[in-house]
Design a protein around this ligand. Structure first.
Ligand code: NCN
Ligand code: DMD
Length: 348
């Protein structure tokens, strides 16, 4: 049988260029290491792009939206109708991510993966509805194999239809998806549900206890049946979460860097790495969200986020904010003078 597209390896970083980029950073007119994490970012991008002048000049944002059966457990502070309503808001340009996309001049599209409310045709929104929402993971796998395949195809095509890009920013919108992210995080880290659930859109203490119980219940049902990354996606994923995971995989395979957003996007990235570990060097992590599980999940991925702004919005908003940092890391690496060029003395 032919290997599924999502298992094909992503290009590995060029070790020779990585070494040369490291040496270049140490030759630039600054104390060794003084650009901190910007140095690591520039070196990693150089290795990925196999050039000593890495650049990020053609980013694109795709926000995936979808509803979740688990919302029936009362795990969100907002009604499910908000998912579809926010898709309209994305289309009209009034959401945070659309404001940021305009501000930074980043092409922006929405993939509607399936909401409980059926939506009219909207500008900038691609209709990829799989179903009006997933199954409640407390009772059943989130989706069947056919629906998972549709999600994977949508994610792949979101990247392929973005044109000539060098950075993919994925966003998500889905009431209830911080419960799905917590379930994914627990499944991958084996930490307790209490460590991985957070307030999401702003639930109460009582809601938080219920959310932990929901995650525990769902995992006791599904964990015995999860053997590989695809099982994880199908049983405890979401339409938008799985499309994101597929988009991350496709971007990496095409040599496009990925800027991962908050908790839900990081859960999608974790799931994607489980399916295809070769994509890991292509993932950059924008920020650490206010959801307490995010930091633990980032640790599991050995990921260091660039920003910590106590954000918990999703939509790709943290990633959009981190874009100028990636770009700054690249221009500093390219344009700073070396000690020899500038006639500056080295350390003794
Ligand atoms: O990105 C994050 O870190 C993040 C943290 C908490 C909530 N969200 C957003 O809020 C929604 C999920 O929250 P909830 O309470 O409905 O599970 C979903 O639309 C996410 O985009 C996003
Ligand atoms: C209003 C609103 C906007 C969002 N954007 C991402 N998740 C969201 C959740 C809510 C409730």
């Amino acid at each position: 049988m032919e290997e599924a597209w999502y298992l094909e390896e992503a290009p590995a970083p060029d070790e020779e260029i990585l070494a040369q980029a490291r040496a270049r950073q140490d030759n630039l007119t600054k104390p060794k290491g003084a650009l901190g994490r910007l140095e690591e970012v520039a070196i990693q991008l150089a290795g990925n792009q196999a050039t000593l002048t890495p650049s990020i000049s053609k980013p694109a944002i795709v926000v995936f939206a979808g509803d979740h059966g688990v919302a029936a457990e009362g795990v969100s502070a907002y009604p499910q109708s908000v998912t579809g309503e926010m898709v309209r808001n994305f289309s009209a340009g009034g959401a945070a991510i659309t404001v940021l996309a305009r501000n930074f001049d980043i092409p922006f599209r929405v993939f509607n993966m399936g909401t409980v409310d059926s939506l009219e045709e909207l500008p900038n929104v691609e209709d990829r509805r799989v179903a009006p929402g997933t199954q409640n993971i407390c009772n059943a796998p989130a989706m069947d194999a056919r629906q998972l395949e549709d999600c994977m195809t949508a994610g792949k095509e979101a990247v392929e239809s973005a044109g000539d890009i060098d950075l993919f920013i994925g966003g998500e919108m889905g009431i209830g998806n911080s419960t799905i992210a917590a379930a994914i995080a627990v499944a991958h880290t084996k930490l307790a549900a209490q460590a991985m659930v957070g307030r999401g859109t702003g639930i109460t203490d009582q809601g938080l206890a219920k959310k932990s119980a929901v995650v525990t219940r769902a995992l006791s049902k599904h964990l015995p049946h999860m053997r590989n990354g695809i099982d994880y996606l199908q049983r405890i994923g979401g339409f938008e979460v799985n499309a994101l995971a597929a988009a991350y995989i496709r971007a990496a395979q095409k040599g496009i860097a990925v800027l991962v957003d908050g908790y839900i996007c990081t859960a999608a990235a974790m799931a994607a790495v489980k399916v295809n570990p070769s994509i890991r060097p292509w993932l950059f992590f924008s920020h650490c969200s206010a959801e307490p599980g995010h930091e633990k999940l980032l640790n599991k991925l050995d990921a260091k986020p660039l920003l910590s702004l106590e954000m918990r919005l999703g939509e790709g908003s943290g990633a959009a904010l981190a874009l100028p940092i990636l770009q700054s890391a690249c221009v500093l690496h390219r344009d700073m003078a070396s000690f020899d060029e500038a006639g500056v003395s080295r350390s003794d």
